[in-house]
Design a protein around this ligand. Structure first.
Ligand code: T46
Length: 138
């Protein structure tokens, strides 16, 4: 984890267990993933030019791993905006709660795997950008 803003977001390098047969990456809650993992989902087959995300969460923590292909993730918190390019199956982007996120420039073969600290709860999403800005300015 090597980002100055890791309290809110940051990159995690996962160890690859490789041998002559190929490669393997393991995710373990509270070891190389900094929370209890309650949910796993993945995003794939994203159509050309689509932008996903456009929201923040109040408390949810997540790690996003591009297991195939590539995509870009823009994050924003009270320190400003930062763009990440994910294209490695052994690299994850940790994103904490009050962080606006937008995902775009998905390659056709992109599979974005997400490990999440909570069960799905639409009530926990902040989808209104102005509300998000108000919350982080408090
Ligand atoms: C996030 C980014 C990285 C479920 O039923 N269960 C789930 O666990 C999720 C994540 C979504 N859904 C449903 C809700 C919508 O009907 O799947 C549909 C697409 O969800 P959404 O529009 O929220 O997807 P994205 O790609 O904009 O955002 C997702 C996550 O929702 C979000 O937490 O941080 O990926």
């Amino acid at each position: 984890m090597n980002d100055e803003n890791f309290a809110d977001y940051g990159l995690i390098d996962f160890n690859i267990k490789g041998d002559e047969r190929g490669s393997l990456v393991a995710f373990e809650e509270n070891h190389n993933v900094p929370f209890d993992i309650k949910r796993v989902y993945y995003i794939f087959d994203t159509k050309l030019g689509v932008k996903r995300g456009n929201h923040a969460h109040t408390t949810l923590k997540q790690v996003l791993i591009c297991t195939s292909g590539s995509c870009k993730i823009l994050v924003e918190n009270d320190s400003g905006r930062k763009e990440f390019y994910l294209d490695k199956p052994d690299e994850g982007l940790y994103i904490g709660g009050l962080v606006w996120r937008e995902m775009y420039d998905f390659s056709p073969d992109c599979v974005l795997l997400v490990l999440a600290s909570e069960y799905y709860d639409e009530g926990e999403y902040i989808r209104d950008y102005d509300k998000f800005l108000k919350k982080i300015s408090k």
